[in-house]
Structure formats: structure tokens, C-alpha cells
Design a protein around this ligand. Structure first.
Ligand code: FAD
Length: 468
């Protein structure tokens, strides 16, 4: 969009804000505007009036009060990865948390303090120096803010559960600009809502997590067979994960084998069914545990082997860089019946683009050890989640990519629980939100009314306080 942005604040008001913040406040007149106003998904093209990057909680308070005074819509940006682009706003004010980067680690208690603007890779690199990790997601440039407030799934989830299951406390700036602390003992309702309720309740300037001990070396699993073996591979995989050890987090997926190394030339470009994952309980034990999967077939591709945990946590970075066009649908499932697999194979076979894939993540494990009402995250009993992650570059492909993804999601929805993991939903709206929070919806509305009765923070999977 090339349109001019109307400045809703005067030069004098802007100077006042600028003098209160350590880092420059950026407007469309400033050279860094193009870089600082964009978000990860190039499908989102909005023109905020101001980008204010904060370096501590006091600056976030200042920015919020300024936005209130001047009636500016506020977009809070952590890592900028939101699929629908909640980290920016047309004509509003982006509060960027990119200056909130403190990380503190107490190796004895394994407690880790993390600034609200940290990226996953920054946390992983520091915690691994002590043989620790905060269980989180799989792409290192994702923000801990949006990921953890929505739940947080990743390669350690079967063994240890969600990111929010490791949250001990949070420091929050509310819609009124108050600084509050939330934990099991302090503002317990807010603490409950922050664990899965997204950015609805305030700006989290600092998180405190209980980290886990995670070895430097893990077993990476990546096997694939030609697509015509899909049904047998699914059957075998579903049997296997039924009682697979929790050290293994895995998924089964339909994809076109990328042309080039390290894939065998005979499979370049071929449609395939893959099984991938990570074992975090000793590499030798991992090889023994996944033997039944590797011996099935045998696989046309087997790239399994010892890798570092840090490698695993960034190996998908290149697949999902900033600046490509993205759309995604997702759904949670109690089971993965043969009819759903047939449907997925057919949809994949008819996909309009080589890059499209269909993923089925195996859930359960430690996620389901926690009661559904214990945190705002509502979907702990699901056994699988399907993801349709569409990524492309040419704007001319927008319609075909979005249509295929929506069409496939509608078909797969015959097999879902009705809920979805809102962090990976490209679509928005009150019905999407309600389904996303299922049985926890009413309690979330009550907490929202207490902490943000005017819906000041609405650029998120939203809980509208007026619609309980
Ligand atoms: P942003 O766009 O900055 O923020 C997203 C939302 O959170 C916005 O509403 C924003 O206002 C709010 N927010 C962000 N930080 C704060 C804060 N500190 N306080 C209050 N509100 C805040 N999810 C997983 O669970 N596991 C994965 O492995 C995973 N992988 C992903 C890989 C990619 C490439 C992408 C794009 C997404 C992935 N996701 C994953 C989904 C991810 O959790 C969400 O996109 C999440 O919203 C990203 O958070 P962010 O801070 O980067 O995004």
C-alpha cells in the first residue's frame, strides 16, 4: 500500500514521546520506517503512524498512556510472526518489544527470566550453555511473547508439555498503564488467563520460566516413503505412537521432496509421506526406540541421526523466512481415521503448488497431564493437530494458495474436535476465538472485563469483553 499515513499527533506531542523513550520513535518520514513497520507475513501490508520500540516496562507504560491520550490503536509486537499480522496496525501505534531482551538464568533453581521481546533462538542459545531449555517452538525467530501467551507447542512437548506449563510468573503492563505481577499467588486469575489467553490482558514485559534439563545432543528423525505407500505408513505410524515413549515428539506429513541435497536424487520432486521428529532422551536409546519405524519399508529417505538440540531448534528457519507470503489453517483431532487420511492424500495430490504440504502432529503426552481448566489453553485432550502451512512468493498465487488451504481445511473439519490452536490460525473473528478457547471462554471473558474492559488490546485472537 502506498497511501499516506495521516499523523494523528502533532510534532510537539511526538517530541514529548521521543524524549521519554531511549530508542528512536519511527514515523513514515524516517528512513528505518520500511524495515520497522513490516511483519513476518508479506501478505500483511499495513502502515502504522508510529513505531515505538521500548526497552523496559516503564517505557511500555509511557507508550500505552500516550496511545490512550491520543486515541491511537495499539498493536503490540513481539517476534512479529502472527499469521493475521496482529503486530501492526493501519494508522495506529506499534509498541515493539524488540528492546526487551534481558535473559537471566539461575542454574541452581533452573529459573529463567526472559524479556517480553526475546526470540526463541536467543533463549535457546543462552539456556543451552547450562544444559537447559524452556520448551517452546521450532523456528528460532519466533517471539516468546506471542508463542507462550497462546500456549506454545514444540519438539519437547510430548515429554514436558506446553511452554505455558513452565511459566512461573509474568510482569504485565495493563491497558490502564499499571504494572502488575501475576503468578499462582498474585493476581491468580490473570496468571490463569495469560497461560493460553494470548495478548488480551496486557503487555508482558517479563516472563519467568522453569527450565528443563535438555542434553546438547538429541536424535533427529526424518524418514520418507513414496506417496503410494501412504496408507501403510500412516497405519504403522498410528500404531507406533499409540504407546511411543514421551521422549519422542513427532509428526507424519505429506510433502513433495525438495530437489537437491541432502535428499537422494531418485526422490527429488517426488510426492512422499514423511515421519519426522525429535527424541530427547539419549541418542542410543532413541535409535532403539524408533527402530520399528525405520525398519518398516525400508524408507526411500532416511536422514535420521544425531544432531544438537540447537540445530533442531533452527533447522526450519529457512523454510519460513521473513518476507514470504503465508496462509495457514489448523484443527485438533481426537483420532486420525483412515477416511481422514484418504481425504488428505487426495487433497495433497490435487494441490496447485509443489510447496504445499499437509502435517499431522502427534499430541498428548505431558500436554494432557494438566487439567483443561488449570490454564486458559483449552485443548489438552486432542491426540493430533493438522496444519496446512502454505508458503509462497508470487502474489499472483495468492488466490490459489488460500483457496486450496481453506477448501482442504473445510474437508478435514469433518474430523476435528471443533477447537483449534489460535496461534497458528490465519483467520480471525469472534467465532474463531470462541472455538479456540472452548470451555474456558466464559472465564476468559470475566478476566478480560476486569483487566481490559474497553478492549484496548484487540489486535490478537480477541476476547471481546462486550460479547461474553
Ligand atoms: P507477534 O506478531 O509479535 O505477536 C503475536 C500476538 O501476540 C499479537 O497479538 C501480539 O500483540 C501478542 N504479543 C506478542 N508478544 C507479546 C507480549 N510480550 N505481551 C503481550 N502480547 C504479546 N507456535 C507454536 O506454538 N510452536 C511452534 O513451533 C510455532 N512455530 C511457528 C513458526 C513460524 C514460522 C510462525 C510464523 C509461527 C509459529 N508458531 C508456533 C505460531 C506462533 O506461536 C504465533 O505466530 C505467535 O503469535 C508468534 O508470536 P510473536 O511474538 O512472534 O508474534
Amino acid at each position: 500500500m502506498d497511501g499516506e499515513v495521516h499523523h494523528p499527533v502533532t510534532g510537539r506531542q511526538l517530541s514529548r514521546l521521543r524524549s521519554a523513550l531511549r530508542l528512536p520513535v519511527i514515523t513514515p518520514d524516517d528512513a528505518p520506517y520500511a524495515a520497522q513497520s513490516r511483519v513476518w507475513n508479506a501478505m500483511i501490508d499495513r502502515r502504522p503512524a508510529l513505531v515505538a520500540t521500548c526497552t523496559d516496562a516503564a517505557e511500555v507504560q509511557t507508550a500505552i498512556r500516550f496511545a490512550r491520550e491520543h486515541l491511537l490503536e495499539v498493536a503490540v509486537r513481539g517476534g512479529g510472526h502472527s499469521l493475521p499480522g496482529f503486530g501492526t496496525s493501519d494508522g495506529g501505534m506499534v509498541i515493539s518489544l524488540a528492546g526487551l531482551k534481558d535473559i537471566s538464568i539461575d542454574p541452581a533453581s533452573r529459573k529463567v527470566g526472559v524479556g517480553g521481546g526475546c526470540l526463541l533462538g536467543e533463549i535457546d542459545r543462552r539456556t543451552q550453555e547450562f544444559g537447559l531449555a524452556v520448551p517452546a517452538g521450532v523456528v528460532s525467530h519466533t517471539g516468546i511473547g506471542g508463542l507462550s501467551l497462546g500456549g506454545g507447542v514444540g519438539l519437547l512437548m510430548s515429554r514436558y508439555g506446553l511452554t505455558i506449563d513452565h511459566l512461573l510468573s509474568a510482569e504485565v503492563v495493563t491497558a490502564e498503564g499499571r504494572l502488575v505481577h501475576a503468578s499462582a499467588d498474585e493476581n491468580a486469575d490473570l496468571f490463569w488467563a495469560l497461560r493460553g489467553g494470548g495478548g488480551n490482558f496486557g503487555v508482558v514485559t517479563g516472563f519467568e520460566f522453569q527450565a528443563r534439563q535438555v542434553d546438547r545432543d538429541v536424535l533427529a528423525l526424518l524418514l520418507a516413503w513414496p506417496l503410494d505407500q501412504a496408507h501403510e505408513v500412516f497405519e504403522r505410524y498410528l500404531d507406533f505412537v499409540e504407546d511411543a515413549p514421551r521422549e519422542l515428539t513427532s509428526l507424519i506429513f505429506l510433502f513433495n521432496v525438495p530437489p537437491g541435497d541432502p535428499y537422494p536424487a531418485a526422490m527429488h520432486g517426488a510426492p512422499a509421506v514423511g515421519v519426522a521428529g525429535m527424541w530427547c532422551g539419549g541418542v542410543a536409546d532413541g535409535f532403539a526406540a524408533v527402530r520399528p519405524l525405520r525398519e518398516y519399508g525400508p524408507p526411500a529417505i532416511d536422514l535420521s541421526g544425531q544432531r544438537t538440540f540447537l540445530f533442531m531448534q533452527s533447522m526450519s528457519d529457512e523454510q519460513y523466512p521473513w518476507g514470504r507470503r503465508y496462509y495457514m489453517k489448523t484443527g485438533l483431532m481426537e483420532a486420525l481415521p483412515r477416511a481422514a487420511v484418504e481425504l488428505a492424500v487426495e487433497a495433497f495430490t490435487n494441490a496447485p503448488h509443489q510447496a504445499l504440504e499437509i502435517d499431522f502432529h502427534h499430541l498428548g503426552g505431558a500436554i494432557s497431564d494438566v487439567d483443561v481448566s488449570a490454564t486458559a489453553f483449552a485443548h489438552r485432550t486432542a491426540r493430533f493437530a493438522y496444519d496446512l502451512p502454505a508458503a509462497w512468493d508470487n502474489p499472483g498465487d495468492d488466490q490459489a494458495m488460500v483457496e486450496w488451504t481453506r477448501h482442504t481445511a473445510r474437508a478435514l473439519d469433518a474430523y476435528v474436535t471443533g477447537g483449534s490452536y489460535l496461534n497458528v490460525e490465519a483467520d480471525t473473528g469472534s467465532e474463531v476465538s470462541r472455538r479456540g478457547w472452548g470451555g474456558n471462554w466464559q472465564r476468559l471473558v470475566a478476566v478480560k472485563r476486569q483487566y481490559d474492559p474497553t478492549n484496548f488490546f484487540h489486535l490478537n485472537p480477541n476476547i471481546d469483553p462486550a460479547r461474553g
